[in-house]
Design a protein around this ligand. Sequence first.
Ligand SMILES: Cc1cc2nc3c(=O)[nH]c(=O)nc-3n(C[C@H](O)[C@H](O)[C@H](O)COP(=O)(O)OP(=O)(O)OC[C@H]3O[C@@H](n4cnc5c(N)ncnc54)[C@H](O)[C@@H]3O)c2cc1C
Length: 410
Amino acid sequence: MSTTRHRVVILGSSFAGLTAAFELRRLMGHRHEIIVLDPRDHFTFIPSLIWLPFGLREPADVTFPLAPVYARKGIRFINQAAVRIDPDTRTVTTAAGEDLVYDRLFIGTGPRLAFERVPGLGPHDGHTQSVCNLDHALLARDAWQRFLENPGPVVVGTAQGGSCFGASYEFLLNLNHQIERAGLKDRAPVTFISAEPYLGHFGLGGVGSSRAMITRFLERKGIEGITNAVIKEVRAGEIELESGRTLPFAYSMIVPPFAGVDVIRETEGLANPMGWIPVDDRYRHTERDDIYAAGVAIAITPPVPTPVPSGVPKTGQMTEAMAKAAARNIAADLIGAAGERLPLDELSAICILDAGNSGVIFRASNILATGDDGLKAARAQAVVGPAAHLAKLAFERVYVGSRRRGLQML
Ligand SMILES: Cc1cc2nc3c(=O)[nH]c(=O)nc-3n(C[C@H](O)[C@H](O)[C@H](O)COP(=O)(O)OP(=O)(O)OC[C@H]3O[C@@H](n4cnc5c(N)ncnc54)[C@H](O)[C@@H]3O)c2cc1C
C-alpha cells in the first residue's frame, strides 16, 4: 500500500468548494492534506438572500462559520483569498504570502460581480441593489426600509451578460408579494427587465412550460415584463434602456453580469477571456490535468444563443453535482478511487421559484442538452402552489442545518 501523502488545495468555500472538501475528506484518508482557502469566514446559503431585504431572515439564519466545520473534519481552512496561481510549479499563493504547493487544485471561486460593465449599476458605485451576497442583501434591506417610507415605482431584473435569472425572478415575486401585503400596489408599479429573449427563458431556452407560466403570472400581477433589455445607464432614480425607454424607480434590484474572479482571469492559460475555466466531463481543466473546477467558475456555452448576451445559469444543485464528480476524479487520480464522468448535458436541475407564500418548482433533466434542431432537449416537470414555498423553507432548514454539522444531507 502506498504511503504517499497528497495535498489538495481548494479555492472557494461555497457550494462548490465546501462540497468538494467534504467529498474529498470522505474519500481520502486523514494522511492526505486538504486545504481550503476563502476570504469569507462564513458559508452563506445564497438562495435565502432574496428574503433578507424584507426582514424575513437575519444573517445568522442563513450563514454558519466555516472554521469549526473544517476543524472537525481535519481540513485546514485558511481564511484568505488566493492571490496568485502558478500552474507550472503547482503553487497557490495566499493573500498573506504563504505558498502552497499542491498535487491537485480544485477551483470553486464563483463569479466576480461585474457591475462596472453597466454604468451606474450596483450598490456601491451605483444606484441599484443586489442580493448576490450577504453584504449586498443587507444594503438592499436598508434601501427597502427607505422605500417603505417613500414608495414609488420598482424595477427588478437581470442586466445584459447576466446569467442568474432565477434569482431576479424569485426576488421579483417576493417583492411583489411584500408590496401587495403593504397595500402599496397603486403607488409602486413593478417592472421586470431582462436580457432574456422571452420571459421564463432563464438563459436555457426555457424549462418546460416556464415561458407560459411566468408570462401568465406577470400579467395576473400587473407586472410589465421587458425582455431583450439592454441597460444603457442607471442614474439616481432612473434606468435608461438602449431602446430609448427610461424607467423611473424608487427601488431597483438588478442582478449584474458575472465574470470570473481576478486571480483566475490573470493566470495565463487557465481561463477564457471572461474568466471561466474550460473543463472536460470529469471537471478537469482541458489543458491541465492537475486542475479541476466546478460551479459558477466553469465555462459553459449557452445551449441556445440569445440576441442580447446572456450566460447559462449554474445553480447550487448543479454546482454540487459537479463538485462531487470533480472530487471523485481527484481521488481517482491520487489514490485510485472510482472516478465519475458527468457530461454537462446530463446535468439535471431542481429550481424552486419562491413567491412569498406560493411558488413553482421546476424539475428538469438534461438541462443543457440540445436536440437535432438546436432546440432544448430537456425534460421538465413543474409543481405550482404553496407546496413550492414550503419546499423552499424545508430545503433551507435541512441544508443549512446539515452543512453546519459537516453532513451532506440533500
Ligand atoms: C440571489 C441568488 C439566489 C439563488 N438561488 C438559488 C436557488 O434557489 N437554488 C439554486 O440551486 N441556486 C441558487 N442560486 C445560485 C447559487 O447561489 C450558485 O449556484 C452557487 O452559489 C454557486 O456556488 P459556487 O461555489 O460555484 O460559487 P459562489 O457561491 O459564488 O462561491 C464562490 C466562493 O469563492 C470564494 N472566492 C472568490 N475568490 C476567491 C479567491 N481568490 N480565493 C479563494 N476563494 C475565493 C468566494 O468568497 C466564495 O465564497 C442563487 C444565486 C443568487 C445570487
